[in-house]
Ligand binder design. Structure first.
Ligand code: ADP
Length: 461
């Protein structure tokens, strides 16, 4: 049994399925056949028993009803009536007390021994099975026995025929169930096979090839393939983004490192003796190091992606006023105003996240402005959301560049904006934080006029 289980465990799912379904069908069929066979066997055998019993009883009662004066000669001359009681295949013999045969009807088989009386016994006569009954009889002064032999050949050939038919049907059922099992297993396993080969492709070649499994069925396997497709597509996207991120990050970090390296080698060669070069190189190196630190901090911020806190709440006015105060200290030339139409409730966002979002956009408004920066912030409630608009009078963004400004390391004017101190990460952090707190952002801009960032935050209650 254990060996059989070991063999079964190591088979493919398809074979297991086929073997199990054919075994189940075959065993059910066999059990039904056995039940039918035994029931028929018992029923037919009882029928044969009742036939011999009826014949023997009828014979005895017929002969006894003829009265005590009935002679053997009369019986021998009138066997016609007795013939109508006896079945054609049955043999009837009458013996005297000494066992001498007096007459017989049908005579299709030899006489059986008179050893057992009254009871029906099964015997083999002439190599054929038969039921035999010996009944004592008394007719006037005559005493003897009536013997009825009922052959079982008809019953046996019927049972034999039934057994053969069942065996043929059983083999047919086995072949049919195995073929149906094989076909079904093959049909149901097909999507799993393609799932396996897709997984193998991912294992061997990574996410470089497109993953698309067709799932036409609406059953559990169809659902599984649909989920696999969705999961793999998401993994593929994040894998590609990850690769892009690493490539961009290393490229962006290389620039300040190269600048610092250049200045340090300049210092090594001449700078030690030339105070002007020394001063300039140290200043530039410090600026590059500061930029690098900012970029690393922002990269870490992006990579961190903490789960949102359901307890988050922020007082929008207080947070925005804080940021405005800080910005005004850093950029005294900028004019920043906040207006609100009505009381603003608590927003569903952490104060830190809101602070960072507002700070990034105001910093950009100041950075990308060639006049005296004028920045207007306004707050209003729309339904269960709060609309925050931040408008500036900066250089604006061309229509075609707007869809990309939230991408990592994207700068509209690569060279110039790097000089302005941008890392290209500010707005992607802003977008990431907004998405985290189910908030949205829209950008409208006109070149040389200014830009408007409109954000909608859900209210806490
Ligand atoms: P950076 O650190 O370079 O500012 P951001 O992700 O914050 O990166 O912004 C991406 C780009 O979008 C900027 O390089 C700039 O070209 C453009 N941009 C963002 N805000 C403004 C704005 N208020 N006015 C004009 N251009 C802007």
């Amino acid at each position: 049994m254990k060996k059989l289980r070991d063999i079964l465990v190591n088979q493919s799912l398809q074979r297991k399925w086929m073997l199990t379904s054919s075994a189940v069908i075959f065993f059910s069929f066999t059990i039904i056949c056995i039940v039918v066979y035994i029931s028929l066997h018992t029923w037919l055998l009882n029928d044969e028993l009742s036939k011999i019993k009826r014949t023997s009883d009828d014979l005895v009662s017929f002969l006894e009803s003829q009265g005590p004066n009935l002679t053997i000669q009369q019986i021998q001359q009138n066997t016609g009536l007795l013939n109508s009681i006896v079945d054609r295949n049955q043999t009837v013999r009458m013996f005297n007390v000494d066992g001498v045969e007096i007459f017989s009807i049908n005579d299709t088989s030899q006489a059986a021994p008179l050893s057992v009386l009254h009871e029906i016994v099964e015997m083999t006569i002439d190599k054929k099975d038969a039921f035999v009954i010996n009944k004592p009889i008394r007719l006037g002064f005559f005493r003897g026995y009536i013997q009825v032999i009922h052959p079982l050949s008809g019953y046996q050939s019927l049972m034999h025929y039934l057994l053969t038919a069942m065996l043929i049907a059983g083999v047919g059922a086995l072949v049919l169930s195995a073929s149906i099992g094989y076909y079904l297993a093959n049909y149901l396993m097909k999507p799993l096979h393609s799932l396996r080969s897709s997984m193998k492709t991912v294992m061997d070649k990574g996410f470089n090839e497109p993953i698309q499994l067709t799932h036409t069925s609406h059953d559990e396997i169809g659902d599984l393939l649909k989920m696999y497709n969705a999961m793999m597509n998401e993994l593929q996207i994040s894998f590609i983004q990850q690769q892009q991120f690493v490539a961009d990050a290393s490229h962006e970090l290389r620039t300040p490192i190269q600048a610092i390296e250049g200045h340090l080698s300049l210092l090594k060669r001449w700078g030690k003796d030339d105070p002007e070069i020394l001063e300039e190189s140290i200043d530039t190196s410090l600026i590059e190091i500061a930029r690098m630190r900012k970029m690393i901090e922002e990269l870490l911020e992006l990579a961190r992606r903490e789960e949102k806190d359901d307890m988050s709440e922020a007082d929008a006015v207080a947070v925005i006023e804080d940021v405005i105060g800080e910005m005004e200290r850093l950029h005294p030339e900028a004019r920043i105003t906040l207006s609100k139409k009505e009381e603003i409730g608590l927003l569903f966002i952490t104060e830190n996240a809101l602070n960072q979002i507002v700070r990034n956009i105001i910093e950009n408004a100041i950075r990308y402005c060639e006049k005296i920066p004028e920045i207007q912030l306004s707050l209003s409630v729309i339904g269960n959301e709060v609309l925050l608009k931040i408008e500036d009078n900066g250089i604006g963004i061309a229509e075609e560049n707007i869809p990309f400004i939230f991408d990592r390391f994207y700068r509209v004017d690569e060279a110039r904006n790097r000089q302005r101190g941008g890392t290209g990460l500010g707005l992607s952090i802003t977008k990431m934080l907004l998405e985290k707190y189910n908030s949205t952002v829209e950008v409208k801009s006109e070149k040389n006029v200014g830009t408007v960032f409109s954000m909608k935050f859900p209210l806490k209650y």
